[in-house]
Design a protein around this ligand. Structure first.
Ligand SMILES: *[C@@H]1O[C@H](CO)[C@@H](O)[C@H](O)[C@H]1NC(C)=O
Ligand SMILES: *[C@@H]1O[C@H](CO)[C@@H](O)[C@H](O)[C@H]1NC(C)=O
Ligand SMILES: *[C@@H]1O[C@H](CO)[C@@H](O)[C@H](O)[C@H]1NC(C)=O
Ligand SMILES: *[C@@H]1O[C@H](CO)[C@@H](O)[C@H](O)[C@H]1NC(C)=O
Ligand SMILES: *[C@@H]1O[C@H](CO)[C@@H](O)[C@H](O)[C@H]1NC(C)=O
Ligand SMILES: [Cu+2]
Length: 209
C-alpha cells in the first residue's frame, strides 16, 4: 500500500507536463503585457517576448507595483526592439511556488503608471485589477528618480535573481508592511534571455513591420 502510494506520487508530476506560457510585451506597439495575468503551476515556464519599443519585465510587489521588489527580483533589463527587427528578445523564468503570487511591471518611463503591469497567480485577496489600480494610482509619483525609488526593499543581499528555492516564508506576500528579504519573495527560477526569430512567431511577424 505504502509502496503504491509513493509510486503514484512520483508518477503524477511527470505525467503532468510543465507548460510554457507565452506573454507578449508591447504587442502592436501598445503599453501592455498580453495576457496581463496568468495562472501557472509550479514548474511551468513563463516566456516574455518583447515585440516592440523598449520595455522591461521587472518584479515588483502588489502594494508598490511600479517599484523594484529588491535587487534580487527578476528583471529583464531594457529590451529594445527596432522597427525592422528580424528577431526579438525573450526572457523566461520558471514558477517555483504556485501559491505565491508574482507581480511585475515595465520600468520604462511612465509605462507602469499607464498600466503596463503583469501578474502570475493573483489571489482572490490580491487581484490583478487591484494591482493594476495601484499602478495607475502611482501616476503622480516621480517618474525615474533613480536615487529614491526602491525604498520598499531592504538591504540587498547579494543573491542573484537565480536563487530559486528560497525558503519562501509567506510573510512577504501576506503582510505588505513586512519588508521582505529578497529570498522570501522568490517563487521563480531564472533562465537566460534569448532571441526568438520573428518568423517563428507566425502571426506576429507581420505586425512588427
Ligand atoms: C494586435 O493586433 C492583432 C491584429 O489586429 C490582434 O489580433 C491582437 O489582438 C492585437 N493584440 C494586442 C495586444 O492589441
Ligand atoms: C531603452 O530605454 C532605456 C531607458 O530609457 C535607455 O537608457 C536606452 O538607451 C534605451 N535603448 C535604446 C536602444 O534606445
Ligand atoms: C534597421 O534600421 C536601422 C536604422 O534605420 C539600420 O541601421 C539597420 O541596418 C536596419 N537593420 C536591418 C536588419 O535592416
Ligand atoms: C531596478 O532593478 C534593476 C535591475 O536590478 C536596476 O538596474 C534598476 O536600477 C533598479 N531600479 C531602481 C529604481 O531601483
Ligand atoms: C509557497 O508560497 C506560499 C505563499 O507565500 C507559502 O505559504 C508557502 O510556504 C510556499 N511554499 C513553499 C514550498 O515555499
Ligand atoms: Cu514599457
Amino acid at each position: 500500500m505504502r509502496f503504491a502510494a509513493i509510486v503514484a506520487a512520483l508518477l503524477v508530476p511527470t505525467a503532468t507536463l510543465a507548460a510554457e506560457i507565452f506573454v507578449q510585451a508591447g504587442a502592436n506597439g501598445t503599453l501592455t503585457f498580453t495576457p496581463n495575468s496568468v495562472t501557472a503551476q509550479a514548474g511551468d515556464t513563463i516566456s516574455v517576448q518583447f515585440m516592440t519599443k523598449n520595455h522591461t519585465f521587472t518584479q515588483s510587489t502588489f502594494a508598490s507595483p511600479c517599484t523594484n521588489i529588491s535587487d534580487a527580483g527578476l528583471d529583464s533589463g531594457f529590451q529594445f526592439v527596432a522597427a525592422n527587427a528580424t528577431s526579438i528578445p525573450q526572457f523566461s523564468f520558471n514558477v517555483v511556488n504556485a501559491s505565491a503570487p508574482l507581480w511585475f511591471y515595465c520600468r520604462q518611463a511612465n509605462h507602469c503608471a499607464q498600466g503596463m503591469v503583469f501578474a502570475v497567480n493573483p489571489s482572490p485577496q490580491k487581484t490583478f485589477d487591484a494591482f493594476k489600480a495601484n499602478a495607475l494610482a502611482s501616476a503622480n509619483a516621480p517618474a525615474s528618480a533613480s536615487g529614491s525609488a526602491g525604498a520598499t526593499t531592504v538591504g540587498a543581499s547579494s543573491t542573484s535573481g537565480a536563487s530559486s528555492t528560497a525558503g519562501a516564508s509567506s510573510s512577504a506576500s501576506e503582510s505588505p508592511s513586512a519588508s521582505a528579504s529578497p529570498a522570501a519573495n522568490a517563487g521563480f527560477k531564472t533562465h537566460a534571455t534569448s532571441a526568438v526569430l520573428l518568423s517563428g512567431l507566425g502571426l506576429v511577424a507581420g505586425l512588427i513591420l
